[in-house]
Design a binder for this molecule. Structure first.
Ligand SMILES: C[S@@+](CC[C@H](N)C(=O)[O-])C[C@H]1O[C@@H](n2cnc3c(N)ncnc32)[C@H](O)[C@@H]1O
Length: 309
């Protein structure tokens, strides 16, 4: 029986995994790696032109104007989304007793707000620096345009997919954020390739701890850690203009990175300080070569029977 090419294609079993690991995966090594002692030493020896590992409770635009030129290695920014969000909305199904009020939202002209704070970044970034900006989809265009106008180069547009969103009746449930990986200099930016096949869709669960006081927009530590791991070295300085619960500070301290940042809501000071105090220096740090890489593991399984792995 003759089988037409189209029929042959449909008879083939679909691939279970989109990426078939090859021999190269077996030899994978991160571009740079440090033992715990080396990472701690880099942290201890780092020097900065201003006092770091602290947060100023003031407006970030004014605050960033006072920072020296080319003084930060990385920016992690999770600005208010301009959605009239107070963090206490009942649709979010949160227990209001544990939500800190005083969240500063942007009620008008999100475009101008984005232009003002993103416009401050290029001057304070080094040539090797990156900026990670989080955004929902409603005001994404304003952020993308502001970044482009500020001269930042978009390396990747990552989707963070979380497990569930706000229940809807007549539209789809939003269960993703946009994570923009931007750099100042597309030729000089630092990127540590710490996994063999890093995809631009990240599935990371939102974390909820019962009885924890916070503002309602806390990012998962794993998400912030992933950003820092790829574009900073131990001892580097990470700036967060919108500290919220202090997630960036917590992850930086736990990863042997220094931090600095701003938060307009003075009511968050106690929460942030408590969160930073709870984490031990270097607590999350694991040398990259000791972390499990899914593709490398699959390659090992694939080639083991041939005696290669
Ligand atoms: C989306 S939240 C950040 C949440 C944070 N990533 C976390 O994981 O906890 C944005 C924060 O920016 C603060 N904020 C808003 N406008 C600000 C400004 N101009 N300067 C400094 N902080 C500001 C808000 O009060 C809020 O806490």
């Amino acid at each position: 029986m003759n089988i037409e090419p189209e029929q042959r294609a449909t008879r083939r079993k679909p691939r279970k995994n989109k990426y078939i690991p090859n021999l190269a995966a077996l030899g994978f090594k991160p571009s740079e790696d440090w033992s715990i002692e080396e990472a701690k030493s880099r942290y201890d020896l780092a020097v900065f032109p201003f006092q770091v590992d602290r947060i100023e409770y003031s407006d970030c635009v004014e605050g960033m104007r006072n920072l020296p030129d080319e003084s930060v290695d990385c920016v992690v920014a999770d600005p208010p989304f301009g959605l009239s969000f107070t963090g206490k909305e009942s649709i979010y199904n949160r227990d209001e007793r544990f939500v800190r009020s005083g969240y500063f939202e942007v009620t008008k002209d999100y475009k101008e707000f984005s232009r003002r704070w993103i416009g401050e970044l290029p001057r304070i970034m080094k040539a090797k620096s990156s900026a990670w900006i989080f955004s929902g989809w409603t005001n994404l265009a304003d952020i993308l345009n502001a970044a482009r106008d500020a001269g930042l180069y978009l390396v990747n547009h990552i989707i963070w997919k979380y497990q569930f969103g706000v229940f809807t009746q007549r539209k789809f449930v939003t269960s993703h954020y946009h994570v923009l990986f931007l750099v100042k200099d597309e030729d000089k930016y630092y990127f540590n390739k710490i996994s063999h096949y890093p995809l631009d869709v990240w599935e990371i669960k939102r974390t909820y701890k019962r009885g924890e006081v916070k503002n309602g927009t806390k990012l998962p530590e794993e998400l912030v850690r992933r950003c820092m791991d790829y574009t900073t070295r131990p001892g580097d300085l990470v700036l967060d203009p919108f500290m919220g619960n202090g997630t960036t500070a917590v992850v930086a301290k736990g990863s042997f990175r220094h931090f600095f940042g701003f938060e307009l809501n003075k009511g968050m000071k106690q929460v942030i300080e408590r969160n930073i105090a709870k984490v031990k220096l270097g607590e999350f740090y694991v040398p990259y070569s000791q972390r499990e890489d899914e593709i490398v593991e699959r390659a090992k399984a694939k080639f083991a029977f041939k005696g290669i792995a």
